[in-house]
Design a protein around this ligand. Structure first.
Ligand SMILES: *[C@@H]1O[C@H](CO)[C@@H](O)[C@H](O)[C@H]1NC(C)=O
Ligand SMILES: *[C@@H]1O[C@H](CO)[C@@H](O)[C@H](O)[C@H]1NC(C)=O
Ligand SMILES: *[C@@H]1O[C@H](CO)[C@@H](O)[C@H](O)[C@H]1NC(C)=O
Ligand SMILES: *[C@@H]1O[C@H](CO)[C@@H](O)[C@H](O)[C@H]1NC(C)=O
Ligand SMILES: *[C@@H]1O[C@H](CO)[C@@H](O)[C@H](O)[C@H]1NC(C)=O
Ligand SMILES: *[C@@H]1O[C@H](CO)[C@@H](O)[C@H](O)[C@H]1NC(C)=O
Length: 934
């Protein structure tokens, strides 16, 4: 090889090397598309200087936070740099991107879409101020394993929901959406994603239940705590089969049902939080064998024994509503309590029995009556409690049980044969349930009633009448009485509505009184049958009257409290209907027709009736104005509520309209009826039926000092029942549900025979259709305000139940709800009364000294006191509903005063309260109108 050739070869080699070098340089130049996108990202930053991105070769010139492979950008790692501004929307065009870490900055605007990033493994966009999520964000992400979007309030108030395309991200292991205004319900498809291990949905706006699909998921960490409204609900059964869980946070929601027994199989569970829900039942003892570090259950409705965990476990169980039987972990419940809780478990721990807590069933447990002498459970009285489930055989451990009444529920399963072994048992009423055969053989001295269980088809007459009693199978007698309007249910075992448990003297005991009035509650089936029969009878009468009314002259004015009021009012509906069909309003005949929508009464009529609003006609004054009594030309007494003139604020007007609107819809014998209204100039007047005895507060307090004869206990009880019936109607029986919000004695008016009607619906609120309570401006009267309403403004029908409880306490004690004359700690009647009820000795001294306390009276006062305590429970869920109150009170009133409740009057009442019947009379319900002569 000569010199030239060597030189040529060398130059070729150099050229090749140079070419290779050149090619290398060219190849490390970042792909232009990625560069442009990163430059747009930089441009969008308000503080771009922090990044020092110079030149146009991120991969070659080592830009901070950018990772490359070859000339492709694979990582954008910009966490926690306080970057401000918007992120360019085409970030997902960086085709090889694997890691996108923008967390903990101050980015705003829309989240950059990650859709279509086929290599993307991790997207950390959490902790910014992104405010919306673009459509398709989650689509086409075949490699993604981790997505974090926490703490970005996405899509404002409307929020957003997880789109189904996320299911195609089959490699997804972690999805963290903590505090991102996620709405709707938890999508079921999340439970079917096989690689999903960590799911954080906490602090969102998710409602509904945990989807069933989650039971087969492989989640290791599942957080859905603290939903911000709506909240998660439903039972926890699903999580009971999620056995790979290590972290389960469900606290601060409204989960119900009990802690699933299956939780003990989640053998890796380390952190389990259930506090602040509505979880019932006991804590499964097996949980103590789990490797728990944290376990929180405070503020639920748990009962039973507190299990003893290792000291290393951070176990939190206290809280206002848990009712464990002992205060200390590891100490078992009393035997009777354990048996009753097993019974409760059979009923699925219903919330209406959430007062079954503590270690003494004789201390105020709903439906439990104890024998004073032995202090043992003697009677279980859970008629018409809407109970589900089965009767636990554990009932066979209640050795002192004498009477068991579970009629009128929805119980299924069989009757436990253990019952037949109870020596003291006398009567078992299981009628109107859904129990099945076989029926165990009871000894002949036990009366068993199983009527109305379709699966146990005992012989029965073809048409059961409302008054039906079936005695035990041994005698085989089945007696029925003729159908009729009287609603009396007798009981095969005693034939009377009062049972003396052991015949000993009445004692002071409040909860253990030996003379125990037993409430016989009409089972819903019987009730419906009775009502149907009554309606039938009534319809017949109605048709007859309707015929008669056609020939009457339409000018009759009906006195609302007229003894013939019932007849007359019915007749009158038809009369008015006839007039309406002729559209005659006013006119030469001197007849005014109050049209359905208006009920307008001319001012001059009211002027004349009230003697030009004379001082002597004033019967009451309120915050909004003055009430006058008045008399129409035909002799009808009316009450005219005249709003303060000048004070026609928008509030006043709103309340005025609210009252008219409500009164138009609400008609009941125990609610004060509106006759009409008048607006003229600045004057606003409401015309009601006149209640001659004024308000309950005028009769109740100060024991005769005001010259009025004190009300007897019988009268008080009947007032309470009337009020309860009025409220029950408001809450549920009217076409819609209403809440009064301001029940108090000065809003309870009395007729001449001391029957009560509830008045003043100015504050009535229509109850929501669903279970969620409404938040409103708090209105009402201190001393009667339910605590949760006073604190949060949330109003449910239970607010009225609370006020009713206070009124009942006032009826018992004759003391005002707020009595400033009392020592400071006993100023609120409720506080004083509720602590008093437990100390039974002092209870008798608290009874109004005006009441003549005989034996029968005392026992019904005791039960009423218990009822009042129940109604004023601090937890609204523990208060009974008015239907229950009516059942309890009516059992006393009916046994004392059957005559007041007989046929005609009650018939009328039932028809007025029954919406179905009202629907049968379009003219009566749709156009309530009335005539009167000037
Ligand atoms: C790139 O920058 C980092 C720090 O910013 C430095 O440690 C590294 O040596 C640089 N690499 C090159 C090839 O310049
Ligand atoms: C939710 O995110 C917002 C905005 O980042 C923040 O202000 C708020 O404190 C977060 N809430 C919780 C509970 O972390
Ligand atoms: C969120 O808001 C963005 C922009 O307003 C809109 O395009 C998108 O459809 C919304 N996403 C959802 C899930 O509602
Ligand atoms: C228990 O909770 C604390 C505080 O929230 C936490 O630091 C700890 O890691 C938890 N322990 C377990 C075992 O999860
Ligand atoms: C009875 O069962 C039904 C359906 O299972 C349920 O919706 C209802 O809440 C239950 N009632 C009680 C009192 O648990
Ligand atoms: C009672 O049940 C049996 C089957 O269990 C059935 O054959 C019979 O017809 C039923 N009788 C009545 C009156 O329903």
């Amino acid at each position: 090889m000569n010199e030239r050739e060597r030189k040529r070869l060398l130059s070729i080699a150099l050229f090749v090397i140079a070419s290779i070098l050149h090619w290398k340089v060219v190849s490390s130049q970042t792909v232009p598309g990625d560069v442009q996108i990163l430059q747009r990202l930089l441009k969008g930053l308000k503080n771009s200087a922090t990044l020092n991105w110079a030149g146009n070769d991120p991969c070659g010139s080592n830009w901070s936070g950018i990772k490359c492979q070859g000339s492709f950008v694979t990582g954008i790692l910009l966490a926690g740099l306080n970057l401000q501004g918007m992120v360019t929307a085409d970030l997902n065009k960086i085709s090889a991107l694997q890691y996108l870490q923008l967390q903990d900055n101050g980015f705003t605007g829309s989240l950059p879409s990650i859709s279509g990033l086929k290599s993307l493994t991790e997207a950390d966009l959490n902790g910014n101020n992104f405010d919306s999520i673009p459509n398709g964000f989650f689509s086409d992400l075949p490699s993604v394993e981790r997505i974090y979007l926490d703490h970005n309030l996405l899509n404002g108030t409307s929020g957003w929901s997880l789109p189904p395309e996320i299911q195609q991200a089959t490699q997804l292991n972690t999805l963290s959406l903590f505090n991102t205004t996620l709405t709707g319900s938890i999508p079921g498809f999340l439970g079917n994603m096989p690689n999903l291990k960590n799911l954080n949905l906490a602090y969102n706006k998710l409602g509904g239940e945990i989807p069933l699909s989650f039971s087969s998921s492989n989640l290791v960490q599942f957080q859905a705590n603290n939903q911000q409204g709506p909240v998660l609900t439903g039972p926890l059964d699903v999580v009971g089969s999620m056995q790979s869980l290590q972290v389960l946070w469900l606290q601060v929601n409204m989960f119900t049902g009990s802690i699933p027994a299956g939780m003990v199989n989640a053998i890796s569970l380390k952190d389990f939080r259930l506090n602040d829900n509505r979880i019932v039942g006991p804590i499964p003892p097996g949980l103590t064998s789990l490797p728990l570090g944290n376990f929180t259950v405070q503020n639920n409705l748990l009962v039973g024994e507190i299990p003893k965990f290792e000291d290393s476990v951070n176990f939190r169980y206290e809280g206002y509503s848990n009712r464990f039987c002992q205060a200390t972990p590891g100490i078992p419940c009393a035997l009777e309590v354990a048996s009753l809780l097993a019974l409760l478990g059979g009923f699925n721990y219903p919330t209406q029995l959430s007062d079954w807590g503590g270690n003494d069933p004789c201390n105020g447990w709903s439906g439990i009556v104890c024998d004073k002498k032995t202090g043992k459970v003697s009677i279980i009285l859970l008629s018409s409690y809407q109970l589900n489930g089965t009767i636990s055989p554990a009932i066979g451990n209640l050795m002192s049980l004498t009477i068991l009444k579970l009629n009128g529920n929805h119980l299924t399963g069989t009757i436990p044969p253990e019952l037949t072994k109870l020596q003291l048992l006398k009567s078992v009423d299981l009628s109107s349930n859904n129990l099945s055969k076989p029926i165990p053989v009871f000894p002949p001295n036990i009366s068993l009633n199983v009527w109305g269980n379709p699966l146990i088809n005992t012989t029965s007459t073809s048409a059961p009448s409302p008054s039906l009693s079936i005695s035990d199978g041994s005698s085989g007698s089945t007696s029925t009485s003729a159908p009729g309007p009287s609603l009396s249910i007798s009981d095969g075992s005693s034939g009377s509505t009062l049972i003396h448990v052991n015949g000993s003297k009445t004692t002071k005991g409040l909860y253990r009184s030996s003379t125990i009035p037993v409430v016989f509650i009409v089972g819903p089936v019987l009730g419906v049958v009775a009502l149907l029969l009554l309606c039938g009878a009534f319809f017949f009468i109605h048709m007859k009257r309707r015929k008669n009314s056609r020939v009457q002259t339409p000018s009759r004015v009906v006195h609302p409290t007229d003894t013939a009021g019932a007849d007359a009012q019915i007749a009158n509906y038809n009369v008015v209907a006839d007039i309406n069909s002729r559209h005659s309003i006013g006119g030469p005949s001197g007849i005014y027709v109050f049209e359905s929508a208006e009920f307008i009464i001319p001012m001059h009529v009211l002027h004349k009736a009230t003697n030009s609003f004379s001082e002597t006609n004033i019967v009451g004054k309120g915050g909004f104005g003055v009430v006058y009594k008045g008399r129409l030309d035909d002799g009808t007494w009316i009450a005219v509520k005249r709003m303060k003139t000048g004070a026609v604020s928008s509030t006043g007007l709103r309340e005025f309209q609210a009252e008219i609107d409500v009164l138009r819809k609400v008609r009941h014998r125990h609610l004060v009826a509106i006759l009409g209204y008048c607006i003229e100039g600045t004057e606003k007047l409401l015309v009601y039926e006149y209640m001659p005895q004024g308000t309950l507060s005028q009769h109740l307090f100060d024991c005769g000092i005001n010259g009025k004869k004190p009300l007897s206990w019988k009268q008080r009880l009947s007032v309470a029942l009337d009020v309860a019936r009025g409220l029950e109607y408001l809450h549920g029986l009217a076409h819609q549900s209403f809440i009064h919000r301001d029940l108090k004695p000065s809003n309870i008016l009395l007729t001449d025979d001391f029957r009560a009607k509830v008045s003043d619906f100015g504050l009535v609120k229509m109850a929501p259709d669903n279970d969620y309570s409404m938040e409103t401006r708090v209105a009402g009267t201190f001393g009667y305000l339910a605590p949760e309403y006073a604190v949060t403004g949330r109003v449910t029908t239970k607010v009225d139940v609370y006020s009713f409880g206070v009124v009942l306490m006032e009826l018992i004690t004759g003391r005002r709800a707020l009595d400033v004359k009392q020592p400071e700690e006993s100023v609120p009647l409720v506080t004083w009364f509720r602590q008093l009820s437990v100390r039974t000795e002092t209870f008798q001294h608290s009874i109004d000294s005006c009441i003549d306390v005989t034996q029968g009276v005392l026992s019904s006062i005791c039960v009423s006191a218990e009822l009042a305590g129940h109604c004023t429970g601090s937890d609204p869920y523990q208060r009974p509903d008015m239907g229950y109150v009516v059942n309890v009170l009516s059992s006393f009133v009916e046994q004392w005063t059957p005559s007041e409740f007989d046929s005609e009057e009650e018939t009328f009442d039932l028809n007025l309260t029954l919406p179905q019947v009202m629907r049968g009379w379009p003219q009566a319900s749709d156009t309530f109108s009335r005539t009167f002569a000037d």
